[in-house]
Design a protein around this ligand. Structure first.
Ligand SMILES: C[S@@+](CC[C@H](N)C(=O)[O-])C[C@H]1O[C@@H](n2cnc3c(N)ncnc32)[C@H](O)[C@@H]1O
Length: 186
């Protein structure tokens, strides 16, 4: 059986998220949009229950068969297929974030809707019900998308947010945002 390589190969955003995971520990973790699984593999080192989702079945097949990741893998939109009786101490996502200009070339690995932030917002909203009381969501944002819109929605939901890491590239600035129900004590 042949396995297709996931369309999205690890890039600057992937590595910024990977570096941001240091220090996060707990029982259960969820990644939304696993791609090649490099972040998921790291989560397996610090959490006993690890679940990953992706809309792309080929990416999940690659994680399972070639990358040999021992996590539960679910093909679904965001985290919509997950039941809220299992809560997660950490939920991470590096969502597609480029503003879509042309629907003809719409690639779900990189385009995040008209503003670029639409998919990030959908992921955050689908993750809230699954977050444990003292857990954290880590989401990667790019200056190429509508970051103020994401900040506004997070605030309007009554959630706490802080930027935990940033990276400046010549064409964009990346950040990892931590979202919680209560202010961080770290
Ligand atoms: C920017 S890539 C990140 C991949 C990997 N996590 C990384 O950091 O290298 C975004 C991933 O989200 C997945 N994705 C896009 N839309 C999705 C959706 N609605 N639900 C679940 N996954 C989705 C894509 O297939 C892709 O694997």
């Amino acid at each position: 059986m042949t396995h297709k390589i996931p369309k999205y190969q690890p890039s600057d955003d992937t590595y910024l998220m990977l570096d941001s995971l240091a220090g996060y520990r707990g029982n259960s973790a969820l990644e939304i949009g696993v791609g090649s699984g490099i972040i998921l593999k790291e989560l397996c080192k610090s959490f006993s229950i690890v679940v990953g989702t992706d809309i792309d079945l080929d990416a999940l097949s690659y994680c399972n068969q070639l990358n040999r990741i021992e996590a539960d893998l679910i093909c679904c939109d965001g985290a919509k297929a997950l039941a809220p009786f299992q809560k997660y101490d950490l939920i991470v996502s590096n969502p597609p974030y480029l503003p879509a200009e042309d629907n003809d070339i719409y690639d779900r690995t990189i385009y995040g809707g008209i503003t670029g932030s639409d998919v990030a917002l959908e992921f955050i909203i689908s993750a809230i019900n699954l977050l444990s009381q003292h857990g954290a969501i880590l989401i990667l944002l790019s200056s190429l998308s509508n970051v103020p819109q994401v900040y506004n929605v997070i605030a309007s939901l009554g959630l706490c947010r802080r930027t935990i890491s940033t990276k400046k590239l010549f064409f964009e600035s990346l950040s990892v945002e931590e979202i919680r129900f209560f202010p961080s004590t770290i």
